[in-house]
Design a binder for this molecule. Structure first.
Ligand SMILES: [Cu+2]
Length: 123
C-alpha cells in the first residue's frame, strides 16, 4: 500500500517535471508568429516619428501597400527617400504607396546626422 502511494506520488512529480518545460516552450513559441503576422497586416502601415527616430526603423510591406508616417512629436521632420518626399512639417502625417519591390532607404534631412534614418522593404 505504502509502496503504491509513493510510486503514484513519484509519477505525479515526474509528470509535473515534464509538463513545466513543455509549457515554457509553448509560451516562448507563441509571440513569434503573432508578431510576424502583425508586421504583415495588409492595408495601412504606420511609422511614427518620435524621439528623432522612425518607429519602426525597418518596415516590411507588400507591393502595392501604403505607408503613413505620423508625427508623434512637435518637431520639424521630413521623410525623404528616392521617389517619395514629404514637406518639412512638425505635425500631421504623410502617406506614400509603394508599387515596386525593393528596399527603400529614407531619412529626415534635418536629423540624418543624428541617425534619423528608416527603411521600407517591399516584397
Ligand atoms: Cu527630423
Amino acid at each position: 500500500m505504502r509502496a503504491r502511494a509513493t510510486s503514484a506520488r513519484a509519477l505525479g512529480t515526474l509528470a509535473a517535471a515534464i509538463a513545466i518545460p513543455a509549457a515554457a516552450t509553448l509560451a516562448i513559441a507563441i509571440p513569434a508568429p503573432a508578431s510576424g503576422k502583425t508586421a504583415h497586416t495588409a492595408g495601412t502601415h504606420t511609422v511614427t516619428l518620435k524621439s528623432l527616430r522612425f518607429h519602426p526603423g525597418t518596415l516590411t510591406i507588400k507591393r502595392g501597400e501604403s505607408v503613413t508616417w505620423k508625427w508623434g512629436e512637435h518637431l520639424p521632420h521630413n521623410v525623404s527617400g528616392s521617389g517619395f518626399k514629404s514637406k518639412t512639417q512638425s505635425s500631421g502625417s504623410f502617406t506614400a504607396r509603394f508599387t515596386k519591390r525593393g528596399t527603400f532607404n529614407y531619412v529626415c534631412t534635418i536629423h540624418v546626422k543624428l541617425g534619423m534614418r528608416g527603411k521600407i522593404v517591399v516584397r
